[in-house]
Design a protein around this ligand. Structure first.
Ligand SMILES: Cc1cc2nc3c(=O)[nH]c(=O)nc-3n(C[C@H](O)[C@H](O)[C@H](O)COP(=O)(O)OP(=O)(O)OC[C@H]3O[C@@H](n4cnc5c(N)ncnc54)[C@H](O)[C@@H]3O)c2cc1C
Length: 285
C-alpha cells in the first residue's frame, strides 16, 4: 500500500462482512476498489481500508434485457468485453471508456470507483447516463444487507451523500437498447489523447429522419455529467434535421457552467452546443 496513512487493511469475502466492517471501522475507513484515488492523493483522514476485491463483483453478464456489470469491473475490462468490442451504443460506450485515461489507469480504475468520484466531465459517466444506466446500491439495514436500485441520473450530484455512511455500489445495469438505436460520442480536448474539456453522448432511434427515445448527455458543463432533458424533449418524435438546433439551444439555456483554466463558461457552452449537434448528426447519418 503506497499510502503511508493506511494502518489497517481488510479483505472481506462477502458483502455483509464488508458493510459491517465499513460501519464498525468508523469514519476513518473507506472502501478500496482500484486504489487509484487513495494512492494518488494520500488522505490523512483515512487510516483503514476495506478492499472490495474479494466480493466477486468483477463480472460482466447479459441477463434478459440488461447487461449487468459488477462494480469492480475495470475500465479496460469493459473495453475488452462484448460491450466494448461489439459496439454497445454504436461503439460510443467503448469510445467514452477509452477517453477516461491511459492504459495503466484503465487497468486499475473500476466502475464503482469512477462513479463514486465522478467529476463534471467523465466521458464514461456521460455514456452511462445516455444508456439509462441504473446502479445497485447495498447498505446495512439492521444487521442485514439491503439492496436498492437507483437510476444513475438520480445518483450523480448526490453521490457523496448517497454513499456516506458506508453504502456500496455493487452493480451497474445497462438496459439493452432496441436494434435501431444509434449513438455517438463527441468531445473537444487540448490534444487527441487528453481528457476532454467538453463531451457529449447522443443516443436515439430514427425512422425516416424522425427521432425517438432521445438521450443527450453532456460532460464539462456542470459539477457532474448531466442529461439535457429539454433538448431530448424538444427532439422527440420530430424531424432531426429541422429541430436539432432549436432543441439543443433550449436545453443549453438551463445551464450555467463554471469557467476554469481549461475553458471559460462561454467556451464550454459553445463547445457543448457544437458537440451535442455533432453527436446528434452522427446518429442521424
Ligand atoms: C493519475 C490519475 C489520473 C486520473 N485521471 C483521471 C482522468 O483523467 N479522468 C477521470 O475521470 N478521473 C481521473 N482520475 C480519477 C480516477 O477516475 C479515479 O481515481 C478512479 O477511477 C477511482 O476508481 P478506483 O477503482 O481506483 O477507486 P478507488 O481509488 O479505490 O476509490 C475511490 C473512491 O471511491 C470509493 N469507492 C470505490 N468503489 C466503490 C464502490 N463500489 N462503492 C462505493 N464507493 C466506492 C472509495 O471508497 C473511494 O472513496 C485519475 C486518477 C489518477 C490517480
Amino acid at each position: 500500500m503506497a499510502n503511508p496513512a493506511i494502518q489497517d487493511y481488510q479483505r472481506p469475502t462477502d458483502l455483509l462482512e464488508a458493510l459491517r466492517q465499513l460501519r464498525d471501522l468508523g469514519p476513518r475507513a473507506m472502501a478500496l476498489a482500484g486504489g487509484t484515488a487513495v494512492n494518488a492523493e494520500p488522505q490523512p483522514r483515512i487510516e483503514r481500508v476495506v478492499d472490495l476485491a474479494g466480493l466477486g463483483l468483477g463480472a460482466i453478464a447479459e441477463e434478459g434485457p440488461v447487461w449487468k456489470l459488477g462494480a469492480m469491473v475495470t475500465v479496460q475490462q469493459l473495453i475488452d468485453s462484448p460491450l466494448g468490442r461489439e459496439g454497445f451504443l454504436g461503439g460510443a460506450l467503448g469510445e467514452a471508456a477509452r477517453a477516461m485515461s491511459g492504459l495503466n489507469l484503465r487497468n486499475r480504475a473500476t466502475l464503482g470507483g469512477i462513479l463514486a468520484t465522478t467529476d463534471g466531465i467523465s466521458p464514461l459517466g456521460c455514456a452511462l447516463l445516455a444508456s439509462d444506466a441504473e446502479l445497485v446500491l447495498a447498505s446495512l439495514k439492521g444487521d442485514a444487507v439491503e439492496k436498492r436500485v437507483l437510476p444513475l441520473r438520480a445518483f450523480l450530484g448526490y453521490h457523496a451523500s448517497v454513499l456516506a455512511g458506508g453504502s456500496l455500489i455493487t452493480e451497474v445495469r445497462l438496459p439493452i437498447p432496441s436494434g435501431d438505436t444509434r449513438a455517438a460520442y463527441e468531445r473537444v480536448a487540448r490534444t487527441p489523447r487528453d481528457y476532454p474539456i467538453v463531451c457529449a453522448v447522443a443516443r436515439l432511434a430514427h425512422k425516416d429522419g424522425i427521432a425517438g427515445n432521445v438521450r443527450l448527455a453532456l460532460g464539462g458543463v456542470a459539477a457532474t455529467p448531466i442529461r439535457l432533458d429539454l433538448a431530448e424533449f424538444g427532439l422527440e418524435k420530430k424531424a432531426i434535421r429541422d429541430h436539432a438546433a432549436a432543441a439543443v439551444e433550449d436545453g443549453l439555456r438551463a445551464l450555467s457552467p463554471q469557467g476554469d483554466w481549461m475553458g471559460s463558461a462561454e467556451y464550454r457552452l459553445a463547445m457543448a452546443r457544437e458537440m451535442a449537434l455533432r453527436a446528434i448528426a452522427r446518429c442521424a447519418a
